[in-house]
Structures are given as C-alpha cells and as structure tokens.
Design a protein around this ligand. Structure first.
Ligand code: GLY
Length: 591
C-alpha cells in the first residue's frame, strides 16, 4: 500500500481552519489591476485563498468576466426580466466589451434550469461550411498546413451565436429582442472606457490587429495600442447590432450581414456561401444528467464533450472519500488524475456531432463503465497513458468566455460561447465590426493517419459539410435534491472540463465557498500528453514528491481558465457569486 500523505496544501488547511464561512455582503469587484490574461495571472497566496469571499445577494446574481456585461445583465433582472432575458443581453454585451471571446461571430452552448424544474440544453455551435472536406487543411502530400485551420478564412465555421441567443429569448425570455440588445448597442455606439484588464487582452494581439486595415481601424488607436482609461467606440458593430435588433436572425443569416461575410470570405480564399448561412439552425436537446453524492449534474451533451466527460469522471470518483482525503492531497490527486486520464481517452475517441455519429453517452457515464475503469487504477502508481486505449484529439483554442445567471424566480442559465482562439480568426468581414471564429480548428485536421504516438485518430470528429466540431465547453448547473445548487463553467479548451469539475468538487467535497472554489489552484490531465498540468500552490513539496515517486510528471502552468460561478446556500438560500481572480475585468453582482 502507498504511504498516505493526507495533509493536502497548506492553503487547504488554512481554509479549513477558517471554517470556510461564506460571508460578505456587497458587490466586491476583484480590484482592476495589472493582472494580465488568465495565462499569466499570478499564483494565489495562502492568505488570499483563505480570505476569499463571494459576493452575496438575496434575489438574483450575474457573474461574467467583464464588469460592464455583468451590469447589463443585472439591469435587465432589476427591470423584471428573467434569467434568459439577462443571458441574451449579456451575450450581446460581451460581444462588445469582451471582443476577444464574447461574440456574435462564433457559437456556444446554453444550459437552462427553469424554476418549474425543467432542464434544457441549447446547441448553437458553429457548423462546417457545405464545401468543407476532411482533408481541407492538408497539402498534396497529406501534411497539415500550419495556420490554415486557425488564421485563414478556411478556419471560419458558420456562426451560431445570433440564432442561439435569439432562439433562447423567443422560447424562454419575456422581453423583446430590441429591449435586451439596447445596452449592447449603446456600449458599441457610445464606447466604454478600457481598464487594464481589458487592455491586457488587446495587447496580446496588437500585431494581428495591424495586419488587417478594417481591424486596425477599430482596435488600434490611430495605429497605436489602446491604453487603460481610453474609450473604445465601435460604431460599425453598433450598426450590425441595430440591424439584428430590428430584423432578428434574418439580418445575420440572410440579409446584409450574411452578404458581407460571404463577400469577405470569397475575397480572402474562404468557402462560406449564402446557403451556409441560410441553412444554419440551432438544436434544442436534453442535457446530460448524472447523480453524484446527492447532487444532480445538468450539463452538455454532444457536440460538447463536457457534460459526458464530467459525468464519467464523477462516476469513477464516486466511491472514493475525497472529502476525507482533502483538497490537494496525494490520494485525491492520484484518483482525480487517473479518472481524468481515462475519461479523456474515451472523450477523444468516441464523441462527435450527434447529427453525424452515434455517441455512446449512456455507456460512458454508466456505473458499470466507471467500475471497469476504476478496476484498472493502481493504488500506488500512475498508469502510463500508453496503457489506455483511445485516439488523440486536436489542440483546442482556450479563449472562450463563460457566464452564470440566477434570477429571483429560481431560473438559472449557464452559457459558454466562443470564437475559439483570442479574437478568433483575426478577420472582421468588411464593415460588420465583429470578429469571425476559427472554430474549424476544433475538428480533427487529419483523420485516419497515424499520429506522432502511432495512434490513429478517430473519425467521430472528422470534418464533414454541415457538421459541428466537438467542443469541451461545459456550462453546467448542479441541483441538490430538486433545488438549484450551483451554476458554473469556464473558458480553457480541454481544461474547461477539469476546471468546471473542480469548481464543483471544491464546494461539494472540500467545503470551500464559491470564491475559494474558483480561485483555488487547479490540476488537469487529458490523457496525452502524459503529463499532469498544475497551477502553483496546488501541492505541498511533500505531496509532489510522493506523487512523483508514484510515476507522475508535472508541468507547472502559471494559470488557466476563468470560472464564473454561483452557489445557492442550501440553508439560507442566499446566492453567492464569484468572478475568477484570473479575470480581473470580471464581476459578480446581485441584488
Ligand atoms: N473552442 C473550444 C471549445 O469549443 O471547447
């Protein structure tokens, strides 16, 4: 038997010693600072983690990673809108004030829990153009051409956000489209003052902005990078949004916006057609559900891999006493890493767009499958990934955005949407004012050919006309009994799955308040590379040493993800909201 090192991190002990009291009474904006993007946010300190407190509200809560968008959502709720009205308003507002990630040129997923108890899932993921083909990113020799699936017009999938937001509003909202879009239009027309958190994101792309004159005209200030305190106005985007507010989805999919996208695509070697846009549709579906220790996880079915993989990991973990072992302990990390390794191998091989492939979701999240996988975990040793069957997946863009909303009626909405990498493909079509996605990169670029590890990639996620690429986005709602307990989700490509899962485990198993749960250092294992990603502060030196003796190899990454979460206190029913410390421009606010 392995020597047990149960202690976990000093951070965990400090947090435990403080009794995890969730307190705090007002909107506590994480101070806007020189913190950069989530990829460079400094590690949290022990004292900061122990002292982290959520924002508390009695009736309703909005958490997004841009404070102005949070205020838009809160305004809609205070005016009597429900959580779906607010989500649509936030979705459009983030397209203006968080243009790296918030969007109308991409796609995403929405999970809704209605106060009536009904749970629904909306898929507005981008689709491959009708002229797309499995080998479109390969040269005559069958080699993948670098950049073609990320920074060319061939990388652009047919956007779904506009139809998705509008469909959600029509089915479950109460306000007219023009009403919920008005704040976004105003922010685009009148502009907003950039803060350091906003500018840090822009600074990562100054060179790319300069490459396209129509992009430089908006996102550079007379050819120079914007600085904090300056006002960014987006009159072209305001006009695009006004057209959508007036004519609905038709403006985007059949009208002048569609014509501008197709013309620009043609001019730059792309394949998008008017038929691609006119044929676009969203899908209403049932969420993936699973039970874990009295909680019900309500999350995303394919074409997201998120809900299935989170549920598979939780089913593997269910019998282990994580709460007793503690956050950051050897045993918790060992079994969490091994569960993730196995679930990611399944995820990469078996899942794809359900309109094209059969997804064995029931089997993957079954107790029987979990038991079989558990039996292969050694008590005192890491399992080399080479011993687990599966197919490699593509590298995913990490620059998505997530928001969580709960209204005074008890409706909850979780949305994760994306243009894939920061600022998507870097292209804006003509005078439309918004970035187009590079979501096609989420497909497998080279199916059926042995990869560097000698494995053959599966065809479940190969490119086909009209197909949606497999995603890791995991907007998730958790119920306790029948009551709403948590709304959570994050950007981060494949790390979205572990970030979302760990935010839940941190509150449900390790007794953290929701602010501590989203701030706490994370761990991520995705089968390949056979390496465990950790944020600084997750493990003590003793824990790391013991795990290394067991065969684990760690790669310390400064930080990733940005979980924007809400928890409903089961005793007081107060709402506790938390903006991830890794996104200082964000805000949790309620009333
Ligand atoms: N583009 C990242 C994802 O969909 O998971």
């Amino acid at each position: 038997m392995q020597k047990r090192v149960v202690a976990g991190t000093a951070a965990a002990m400090v947090v435990a010693a403080l009794g995890m009291a969730a307190s705090g009474t007002s909107s506590a904006r994480a101070g806007i600072s020189n913190l950069a993007l989530d990829t460079t946010a400094p590690p949290t300190t022990l004292a900061a983690l122990a002292a982290a407190k959520p924002v508390i509200a009695r009736h309703a809560m909005v958490v997004t990673d841009q404070h102005l968008a949070t205020e838009v959502g809160l305004g809609i709720l205070k005016e009597g809108g429900n959580a779906v009205d607010a989500a649509v308003a936030v979705g459009y507002a983030l397209a203006v004030v968080n243009p790296c990630c918030g969007n109308i040129g991409g796609g995403g997923f929405m999970v809704i829990h209605l106060a009536s108890g009904k749970n629904v899932f909306l898929d507005f993921r981008e689709k491959a153009p009708l002229k797309a083909s499995p080998t479109m990113y390969q040269n005559a020799k069958g080699e993948v051409v670098p950049g073609l699936s990320t920074k060319s017009y061939l990388s652009v999938g047919v956007p779904g956000t506009v139809m998705g937001l509008n469909a959600a509003l029509k089915r479950y909202g109460t306000m007219p489209l023009a009403r919920v879009m008005a704040p976004a239009i105003k922010l685009a027309r009148d502009g907003y003052v950039l803060e350091q958190g906003d500018v840090n994101v822009f600074d990562t792309h100054v060179k790319q902005f300069a490459r396209h004159p129509n992009v430089a005209a908006i996102f550079l200030n007379h050819g120079k990078p914007y600085t904090a305190g300056e006002r960014l106005r987006q009159p072209q985007l305001a006009k695009t949004l006004r057209l959508i507010a007036r004519d609905g989805s038709a403006a985007f999919y059949r009208g002048s916006i569609a014509r501008a996208i197709v013309a620009s695509s043609k001019a730059h070697g792309g394949i998008l057609s008017m038929k691609d846009l006119a044929d676009y549709s969203v899908v209403w579906d049932k969420p993936v559900l699973c039970e874990y220790h009295g909680y019900t996880i309500v999350s995303d079915p394919p074409p997201s891999s998120g809900g299935t993989t989170i549920c598979e990991i939780l089913q593997i973990l269910a019998p282990y006493p994580l709460a007793k072992w503690g956050y950051g302990s050897v045993d918790t990390l060992h079994y969490l890493i091994e569960a993730e390794r196995r679930a990611f191998a399944d995820r990469n091989s078996e899942l794809g767009d359900p309109a094209f492939v059969h997804n064995p979701v029931e089997r993957l999240i079954s107790a029987r499958h979990a038991a079989a996988l558990r039996a292969s975990i050694l008590a005192d040793k890491a399992t080399p990934s080479s011993q687990i069957k599966g197919n490699l997946s593509t590298q995913e863009g990490t620059d998505t955005t997530h928001f969580s909303i709960v209204d005074a009626h008890g409706n909850a909405v979780a949305v994760t949407y994306t243009i894939n990498f920061l600022f998507g493909s870097d292209y804006i079509a003509g005078n439309t004012g918004f970035f187009l996605n590079d979501e096609m990169d989420d497909f497998t670029s080279k199916p059926g050919v042995p990869n560097a590890f000698g494995l053959v990639q599966g065809t479940a996620n190969q490119i086909e006309p009209g197909k949606r690429p497999l995603s890791s986005m995991s907007p998730t709602i958790v119920l306790r009994g029948k009551r709403l307990y948590m709304v959570t989700g994050s950007p981060g490509g494949s790390t979205i799955i572990s970030t979302t899962l760990e935010s839940f485990l941190n509150v449900a198993e390790f007794g953290m308040n929701v602010q501590q749960a989203v701030n706490a250092p994370r761990v991520h294992e995705q089968w390949y590379p056979d390496q465990v990603f950790v944020e600084p502060g997750l493990m003590t030196a003793a824990v790391q040493r013991r795990l290394e003796e067991m065969g684990y190899r760690f790669k310390v990454v400064q930080s990733w993800g940005a979980d924007e979460a809400i928890v409903v206190d089961p005793k007081t029913h107060l709402l506790e909201g938390a903006n991830d410390r890794r996104r200082p421009a964000g805000l949790a606010a309620g009333y």
